[in-house]
Design a protein. Structure first.
Length: 261
C-alpha cells in the first residue's frame, strides 16, 4: 500500500473501525468528532487528528463537512529511510491545529490534488509530514528512554485481556505520559502498544481454539474482541486461516501425536 490522499465527507452516523495503516485527518469544511483509543476531540477547519495504525477509533461528521485524509502504511516512503524519525508522530493519537504556514501549504495541497495531473502523492505526503513533524516534535518525548518492566505490563495485559485496554492504562503502570510510554515501548519491543496487545489477544485466542471446544463468540469475549466476526477477521489476517481451520489443524496434530504415543 502506498500513501494516499482523499478529500471526503464523514457520515453523520457514528462509526468505528481500526486499520493497519496510519492516518491523518484534517478538517476543511464543517466539523467532525473523533475518539481514538479513549482520547476524544473535535476536528474543525484547519485542525486535525493523528490516528496510529491498529487503533480503534470512533468518528462522525457533524452536518455538511469535508475532510482531507492521508493514509500512510508503516513502510511509506515518508516514514522510511532518512524520514524514519517521522514515524514517531504515530506513537500515540493526538489532536493539533495548523499554524499559518501549514494552512497555506494545506490550501496548495487541496488545489494540487484537484489538478488532473497533480504532483506524486508520496512527494506531497513527505513534504506535509516533514512540516507537521517539525511543529509537533517539540511535544514528543526525548530520544533517551527508560527501561520498561515488561513483566508487570504482560501480567496486566493477561489479567485484563477480556476488556478494552488503552495505551493510557499501560502508560500509568510505568508512570509515564502516553506519548513517552508509546515511544519507550516501541523502542524496547519493536511494536506499538496496540499491536503488542493485539498479538497477545490473538495468541490466547489461538490457544483457546486449539485446546477447547468453546464457541467462537466465547473465545472472542475472553480475548477482548468486539464479536466473533471481528475475531475471525483478525485471525485470518494474522494466521492466514479461519478459526475453524485452526481448530482442524490442532485436531490433526493432536491425533498424530496420540498415534505416535
Amino acid at each position: 500500500m502506498t500513501s494516499a490522499f482523499r478529500l471526503t465527507p464523514l457520515d453523520n452516523a457514528t462509526k468505528h473501525h481500526a486499520h493497519d495503516y496510519h492516518q491523518i485527518v484534517i478538517g476543511l469544511e464543517g466539523h467532525a468528532e473523533f475518539e481514538i483509543e479513549g482520547l476524544g476531540g473535535h476536528v474543525a477547519p484547519l485542525s486535525g487528528c493523528i490516528v496510529p495504525a491498529d487503533h480503534i477509533h470512533y468518528y462522525s461528521g457533524i452536518g455538511n463537512n469535508r475532510q482531507l485524509i492521508l493514509d500512510l502504511p508503516d513502510d511509506a516512503p515518508a516514514l522510511c529511510g532518512s524520514y524514519r524519525e517521522q514515524v514517531r508522530l504515530f506513537d500515540a493519537p493526538r489532536f493539533f491545529t495548523l499554524d499559518e504556514s501549514l494552512r497555506s501549504y494545506l490550501n496548495f495541497l487541496v488545489l494540487e490534488l484537484g489538478q488532473p495531473r497533480h504532483a506524486p502523492g508520496e512527494l506531497l505526503a513527505t513534504a506535509f509530514l516533514g512540516c507537521l513533524h517539525a511543529r509537533l516534535s517539540m511535544h514528543l518525548p526525548p530520544a533517551s528512554s527508560p527501561r520498561l518492566d515488561l513483566a508487570i505490563i504482560d501480567r496486566y495485559i493477561q489479567s485484563h485481556l477480556a476488556q478494552r485496554l488503552s495505551v493510557a492504562e499501560l502508560a500509568r503502570l510505568a508512570c509515564l505520559s502516553e506519548a513517552h510510554f508509546s515511544d519507550c515501548f516501541r523502542r524496547q519491543t519493536g511494536l506499538s502498544p496496540y499491536k503488542y496487545v493485539l498479538r497477545e489477544r490473538l495468541s490466547t485466542a489461538r490457544e483457546l481454539l486449539s485446546t477447547s471446544c468453546l464457541p467462537l463468540s466465547e473465545v472472542a469475549a475472553r480475548t477482548g474482541f468486539a464479536n466473533q466476526s471481528a475475531l475471525s477477521h483478525a485471525i485470518r489476517r494474522a494466521f492466514d486461516q479461519t478459526p475453524n481451520q485452526l481448530r482442524q489443524t490442532a485436531r490433526i496434530q493432536t491425533a498424530g501425536l496420540n498415534a505416535l504415543a
